[in-house]
Design a binder for this molecule. Structure first.
Ligand code: MRU
Length: 368
């Protein structure tokens, strides 16, 4: 997507052919800064402190990280150590394991001297594939928005967290149908959940939508149910970090509550996902998906900007109070209207996922 008329991706291969550049998302929306990642440990740090975040982007960053490790040492031992380090950066998004497994599977059989070149090419290929996957997710989701627009004019979409182009390599997952609808002249307006504690909604989604000129309003996380009761939400689009073989959806904390409110108000609740986000080994999302617990300071403190433009971090919880910070939750399949994938829209159920799996096998897409 474009920033001030210039096309950007949140990650790119530098011209030296051995390092990558990223948009440092910890600095948005008040500062736009890029950062060069020159070693595997820098890629791992960027993932764990969330300079890059969002399931698909985490996977691609890890792929480049593994490539950089092999540039420095192409041995089996170095490959294994880099895999373990990168895999440990964040526990919930399955795209991380998927990307690392794909890299390891392609590289281990090669002689060490050929590994870096192949790793670099494969990481770049995975980045380009992600762009195409998200474009196709958008095409399928666009039909849902068009149907509402034909019926009632303006379409109000609610989204949670940032599942936008910053969370992927381009287009985003949940935002791809929105961008495509906007570009097609559909009158689409987005309710942007703030998404405490890291504010991916008010910081990142809002920044993206501003950049593309999509009408939107930031709301506090508790406002969605009220808006749905008053007919102000036509449809929800969210992303996911891991979806099970039975259709349970793990996504940013607060997604489950939004799905409950949507079900109570008959608002369609769609999840947009690339097929690598399905974890075929998991059936019961609540019981089996590891939920990342992040630092309590993310809850008790907040980042912002002062009137003079300076960075600010301040405490917002009562002094002395502790906090708990689970970063994701699981929405049971029964609350999900549909899964919008690059291979089409399927029901969030074991049967729907089985159909998706058959399509993936027909297209030789690697299963997570
Ligand atoms: O903690 P984050 O910012 O990495 O969480 C991101 C999300 O939960 C996204 O909604 C999800 O990764 C889908 S991204 C296309």
């Amino acid at each position: 997507m474009k920033i001030d008329g210039v096309a950007w991706r949140p990650i790119w291969a530098e011209e030296d052919g051995e390092t990558v550049g990223i948009i440092d998302q910890t600095r948005l929306p008040f500062n736009f800064e890029t950062k060069r990642l020159a070693r595997m440990d820098e890629a791992a740090e960027a993932i764990s402190v969330m300079r890059v975040r969002g399931a698909p982007l985490i996977g691609v960053t890890a792929a480049y990280g593994l490539a950089m490790a092999l540039r420095d040492d192409p041995s089996d031992a170095a490959l294994g150590a880099a895999y373990d380090t990168l895999h440990a950066t964040r526990p919930t998004a399955i795209n991380l394991r998927w990307a690392l497994d794909r890299m390891r599977g392609a590289l281990l059989p090669l002689p060490p001297g050929e590994r870096f070149a192949r790793a670099w090419t494969l990481a770049a290929q995975m980045a380009d594939e992600d762009v195409e996957i998200n474009r196709r997710i958008g095409e399928h989701g666009l039909g849902l928005l068009r149907e509402i627009a034909d019926r009632k004019g303006r379409v109000n979409v609610l989204t949670h967290c940032n599942a936008g182009w910053l969370a992927t390599v381009d287009w985003g997952t949940a935002t791809s149908p929105i961008y495509q609808a906007h570009d097609a002249g559909i009158d689409v307006h987005v309710w942007v959940d703030e998404t405490r504690p890291r504010n991916q909604g008010s910081f990142l989604t809002a920044w993206e939508l501003n950049g593309h000129g999509v009408p939107h309003s930031v709301i506090v996380d508790n406002a969605g149910g009220h808006l749905m009761q008053h007919g102000e939400v036509d449809l929800c689009f969210v992303g996911t970090d891991r979806t099970t073989a039975t259709g349970d959806v793990c996504n940013k904390i607060g997604t489950y509550l939004k799905a409950l409110a949507a079900a109570d108000n008959n608002v369609p609740f769609h999840v947009c996902l690339p097929t690598p986000t399905v974890d075929w080994r998991v059936r019961d999302g609540v019981a089996e998906i590891p939920i990342e617990n992040r630092a309590p300071e993310e809850v008790t403190e907040i980042d912002g900007v002062l009137p003079d433009g300076g960075d600010a971090r301040m405490r917002i919880a009562s002094p002395g109070s502790d906090a708990v910070n689970p970063a994701f939750d699981v929405t049971p399949a029964r609350l999900v209207t549909g899964l919008v994938t690059e291979l089409g829209i399927v029901e969030a159920s074991e049967a729907g996922l089985a159909k998706l799996r058959a399509k993936m096998e027909a297209e030789a897409i690697m299963l997570s």
